[in-house]
Every structure is written in structure tokens, then in C-alpha cells.
Design a binder for this molecule. Structure first.
Ligand code: KG4
Ligand code: ZN
Length: 325
């Protein structure tokens, strides 16, 4: 079965053709990120306008790269939520019109759960049940998955998301946007033990809090403004990253212990962070927990994960937005 995935939840206009939920035939992403950089964050109006301009071309490219015609598509899967509302509407309207004109079914999927589908393209041996950590620019949550459709939320951030904290701290340090990759790069040359930052305490042990650490970095920078040189910025970046990654690792392992699972999947933009990958894999090993990440490319927003999850839901009889067969 050939599934066309469409994703427009944030700044990426993405389309992908996936065969039988596992084989990626094409994966096209057109990003408007460079237009947002000067604002230090995503501007919904700009992202939406760019989706309108790019979507036809991106879908055409995905068909062309997969060497198929529109008429070969059996199912369309589109991101329904969460995301920027006007941006989501472009993808949903396009998918709906296409489904209507081609007379093929359309399923709508959750963007966050799609992030957790991404590791399945790389690792064919993943089995239920498992725990899932979603770490993106807008969300940080832990889930327990019994099956594709049966999942329970174990914890979530009470304020900022982990990616958001990276973005805000990068802004404080004047490193640019998006924050994750620039902080990771600066941290490579810094001393993670130089400053003791820590993430906020939460009432529930599996919840997260990242707004306090961002403020701690701000106060530290203000207090040491006379001494801010490249070396100190690298130390701040490394110390901040160390604290956030330690918190993500600790809570993910605690979630696995709580649910007695030996498999952990990680998805979302922050999952491309090398320290998180290394530290989580190593720490989990002590508990015999196997950690699965997507490729770095598929950790970021893409439509292959949307097509993959859509296929699984359709096969399990998910309610279709439009059904013609
Ligand atoms: O999943 P994603 O591509 O978009 C959302 O759905 O939010 O995640 C984007 C987030 C941004 O906050 C970005 O700073 C963060 O992922 N990010 C990283 C890294 N690469 C991207 N955070 C830490 N380390 C990275 N290497
Ligand atoms: Zn995302």
C-alpha cells in the first residue's frame, strides 16, 4: 500500500511516499527556517504563507522521487495536531482536497505520536510494549505504549519544552536560532562541570520543568556580563546542556522502571542531540533497557513518520476523515 504523508505543523512543508508503513520511497522537506532566524523563533504568518507557496511543489517532488503518479497513491495521511493552527490548516486542506479528488481515504494523525514512529524505519525489531520520550520544540512528554492505539501519558512538561529551553538559552547567549544545534556545537568546547545548573523540581516525578534553568542561565549571564567571552559562553552552553540531558535521561529511565519495560523510543528535534543519544543509551544499558532513536534526519519534522503512522492506524481501522472505499 502506498501512503502519501503530509506535514505542515511548524516551519517545514513536508511530503513523503511510504510503502507498507516501512519503506520510504521519498522524503521531501522544504523549510522556511531561514526566514524566522532574525526573529529568534517561528512566526506563524510567515510559516503559513510559505506552506501555501511550497505545498504543491513539495508533494509533486515526493511523487517524482518515488517514481509514482498521483493515481498510484492508496491513502493520504496528514498531521492534524499539535502545531501552529494556520500552518496545520494548509496541510489538512490540501490533503482533504487531494483525497476528495482522487477518491482515496484520508487519515489524520497526531504529530507527537508520529515522532515516535520515526525510529521504526531504522529498527525493524521494535516490539510493544515500550516507553516513549518525545522531546521537541513545543513538547516534552513520556508515554507508555501497549499498542499503536493504546497509549498512556506518564508525564509532561509543566512549563517550557526541552527544545524551547535550548532555543531561549541560545538567544540569551546570542548564539542564534534554532538553539539546539548551536548550543550542542558550542558545548563541544566547553566544560560541563563549570557551572551547576539544574532543572526544576516537579510534583510528579515523571513531569518536567525547564523554565527555571533558562532563568538561571539569564541571571548567570547578567551577573557575569563583564567576563562574557567565547570560553565562558562555551562553558555555560555545556553546563546547561549537561543539566537538561541528565534530567531527560533520569526521567526516561524512571518511566521504564515504573512500567517495567525494556524498550524506550525517542523522537522529536532534541532527539538529534548527540549527548542525549550517547548518555541515554549508556545509562539505560545498566537496566537492560534498549533505546531506539530515529536517524538524525528523521528526528526532525518530516512526513515519512506521518505516512508510517497513518498506515498503521488505517490498517487497524482508524476512523477516516473521508472514506470512498
Ligand atoms: O521536532 P522539531 O523538529 O519541531 C517541533 O515539532 O518542535 O523540534 C525542533 C526543536 C527546536 O527547539 C530545536 O532547538 C531542537 O528541536 N533541536 C535540538 C537539536 N536539534 C534540534 N535540541 C538539542 N540538540 C540538538 N542537536
Ligand atoms: Zn516535531
Amino acid at each position: 500500500m502506498l501512503v502519501l504523508g503530509i506535514e505542515t505543523s511548524c516551519d517545514d512543508t513536508a511530503a513523503s511516499v511510504v510503502k507498507d508503513g516501512r519503506q520510504i520511497l521519498s522524503n521531501v522537506v522544504s523549510s522556511s527556517l531561514r526566514l524566522h532566524k532574525k526573529y529568534g523563533g517561528i512566526i506563524p504568518e510567515i510559516a503559513t504563507r510559505k506552506h501555501v507557496e511550497a505545498i504543491s511543489f513539495v508533494v509533486e517532488q515526493s511523487l517524482c522521487k518515488a517514481a509514482i503518479d498521483l493515481k498510484d497513491i492508496d491513502l493520504i495521511s496528514v498531521t492534524q495536531a499539535p502545531g501552529l493552527m494556520p500552518a496545520l490548516l494548509i496541510g489538512i486542506s490540501f490533503a482533504r482536497a487531494l483525497s476528495f479528488s482522487l477518491k482515496i481515504p484520508l487519515v489524520c494523525v497526531n504529530h507527537l505520536l508520529a515522532h515516535l514512529y520515526a525510529p521504526l524505519f531504522l529498527h525493524k525489531d521494535i516490539r510493544f510494549p515500550f516507553a516513549g520520550l518525545i522531546v521537541s520544540g513545543g513538547h516534552t512528554s513520556l508515554y507508555y505504549f501497549k499498542d499503536v492505539e493504546k497509549c498512556a501519558l506518564l508525564g509532561l512538561t509543566k512549563d517550557d519544552a526541552a527544545g524551547e529551553a535550548f532555543d531561549k538559552v541560545a538567544k540569551i547567549l546570542r548564539l542564534g536560532y534554532p538553539g539546539g544545534p548551536v548550543i550542542e556545537r558550542a558545548a563541544l568546547k566547553g566544560n560541563p562541570k563549570k557551572i551547576k545548573f539544574s532543572c526544576g523540581k516537579t510534583e510528579s516525578p515523571l513531569d518536567f520543568s525547564f523554565s527555571g534553568i533558562k532563568t538561571a542561565v539569564l541571571y548567570y549571564v547578567q551577573k557575569h556580563s563583564a567576563f562574557i567571552r567565547r570560553r565562558l559562553i562555551q562553558d555555560i552552553a555545556a553546563s546547561f546542556q549537561e543539566a537538561v540531558i541528565n534530567c531527560l535521561v533520569e526521567k526516561s529511565i524512571a518511566a521504564c522502571r515504573k512500567k517495567r519495560v525494556k524498550t524506550l523510543l525517542v523522537g522529536g528535534g532534541v532527539a538529534s542531540n548527540s549527548l542525549l543519544r550517547e548518555r541515554l543509551t549508556k545509562t539505560a544499558k545498566q537496566d537492560n533497557i534498549k533505546v531506539y532513536f530515529a536517524s538524525k534526519e528523521l528526528s526532525l519534522d518530516n512526513a515519512a513518520m506521518v505516512a508510517g503512522l497513518g498506515y498503521q492506524l488505517y490498517k487497524r481501522g482508524a476512523k477516516c476523515f473521508q472514506t470512498f472505499i
